[in-house]
Design a protein around this ligand. Structure first.
Ligand code: PFF
Length: 459
């Protein structure tokens, strides 16, 4: 019987070891959350969707939908203590529903694989930019020169493929080392260091003389510029940036010691993640306006603005090098959460060692990644539905798979699981619990489905 497996305390043990402390868990989830999504993606999609109004919708989504979904996901993970597929099947049965909930886990495993296939390519760009920083290629360069440098690099598929390969090897290496030795050590210093460097860059952004304009772009809402598709993109970004809706946080929750408060941990992660994204916007947009660049220029935005700043400041070579190394680390710690659900599944169900599982998943993602590698060069003209292969994989994962995953996760936690189970995981039935339950029962699923159907044109 499953409930017997739960033992005396009513709780199962994790199969893959545990985080060594509450702080380690917060660091790991923050490490997963803070990544390219904050510094590369948030500014470029905010820019492409008109700024202020997009940012407001994004913030609403983060706090009213993202946070309750994150709590739901962690509590499911800790209750099940298996990989996301097995956890959903096990809890589905245990809570008197069905094992078919496992498909939510499958959706997540696939989502992680698809997201990492393009994430790794962009992370490869940041790796290549470490080399360009060290060799001083930005020093004194004009906006046009920096733009040309970026176009020349991404236009050469061999260089992009090499960087993607190196990054996937790095990600596979850490996942292969396992929960405590691998994941935990990688995240300890990255987030604080990134924060310090972003603050230094903020100083530069203030000195450009366009700080007011840049910040105004971020906060002045122009709702006329916002379409339903833009709202869906903002919501997708909320999911993407918090790493929720696909089982990554569920997999991390499976290694969470019982005494840790899920509410406090989630709040800490959401605040850190949002802070870094907003900071990135406050750094990028003043540089955009000070140099007459286009805020809607797309995925290259950060690679065309920050090098410009570094090239003009004293000590820029050192700052640029540190910054891009930190970005590599941020991407690295995020990539682990994307692989972990698939890796944990192979270990538990296909009898693989962690090392074998990591290599298998890594190779698969590496191969799929070539779709994105080629989207910026050889196959740039190959467009369907939303655009290039990259555009489609990005749209499908962030704006379809993650939000749908979020609907199922919140419905499962707040409707299917019994009150006792969720209150037990969330530390009692006080006001905070009631607020979570209301948001997870009604607000999150209804809002997600509403936006989703508005954007795809059904409503
Ligand atoms: N949250 C990461 C970022 O903002 O860069 C991306 C991500 C990592 C998404 C892990 C999903 C995930 F499971």
């Amino acid at each position: 019987m499953l409930s017997q497996q739960a033992g005396d305390s009513g709780r199962r043990a994790s199969l893959h070891g545990n985080w060594s402390s509450r702080m380690a868990f917060i660091l790991a989830v923050t490490g997963s959350a803070v990544g390219l999504g904050n510094i590369w993606k948030f500014p470029y999609i905010a820019g492409a969707n008109g700024g202020g109004a997009f940012v407001i919708v994004y913030l609403f989504c983060v706090f009213l939908i993202g946070m309750p979904v994150m709590m739901s996901e962690i509590l499911i993970g800790r209750r099940g203590r298996r990989n996301p597929i097995a956890t959903m099947a096990l809890l589905g049965e245990e809570e008197g529903s069905s094992r078919q909930w496992q498909w939510v886990g499958v959706l997540g495993v696939l989502g992680g694989i698809l997201i990492l296939s393009y994430y790794s390519v962009i992370a490869g760009w940041t790796l290549a930019y470490v080399e360009r920083s060290i060799t001083g290629q930005f020093t004194g360069a004009s906006a046009a020169e920096i733009g040309a440098l970026f176009a020349e690099f991404t236009g050469d598929w061999k260089q992009v493929a090499l960087a993607h390969t190196v990054f996937m090897a790095l990600a596979t290496l850490v996942v292969a080392r396992g929960v405590e030795r691998g994941l935990e050590q990688a995240v300890r210093f990255m987030v604080p260091a990134l924060l310090v460097l972003m603050l230094a860059l903020l100083g530069y952004a203030i000195s450009t003389g366009s700080f007011g304009r840049g910040v105004a772009f971020l906060i002045e809402p122009n709702f006329a510029a916002l379409t339903w598709d833009g709202v869906l993109v903002a919501m997708g970004q909320a999911f993407f940036t918090l790493s929720i809706g696909m089982g990554a946080v569920m997999a991390y929750g499976a290694y969470l010691p019982e005494e840790t408060s899920i509410m406090h941990a989630s709040a800490a992660v959401v605040i850190a993640d949002t802070g870094i994204a907003v900071l990135a916007g406050m750094v990028i947009f003043p540089i955009v306006f000070a140099n007459g660049l286009d805020p809607a220029s797309g995925p290259g935005l950060v690679f065309e603005t920050l090098p410009l700043a570094f090239g003009q400041m004293s000590g820029g070579v050192v700052f640029a090098t540190i910054f891009f190394i930190l970005l590599v680390f941020a991407a690295w710690t995020s990539s682990l959460g994307l692989m972990e659900p698939a890796v944990a599944w192979l270990i538990e169900h296909r009898n693989r060692t962690r090392r074998q599982a990591a290599v298998m998943v890594g190779m698969l993602i590496w191969i799929i990644g070539f779709g994105t590698v080629l989207s910026f060069n050889e196959l740039e003209g190959f467009r369907f539905l939303r655009g290039t292969i990259y555009d489609n994989v990005d749209y499908l994962t962030s704006n379809v798979m993650l939000p749908l995953g979020g609907v199922f996760i919140s419905i499962f936690a707040a409707w299917v699981m019994c009150r006792n189970s969720t209150a037990d995981e969330l530390g009692g039935a006080g006001n905070a619990y009631r607020a979570w339950r209301f948001l997870a029962r009604f607000v999150a699923p209804i809002a997600i489905l509403f936006v989703f159907f508005q954007a795809v044109g059904v409503i």
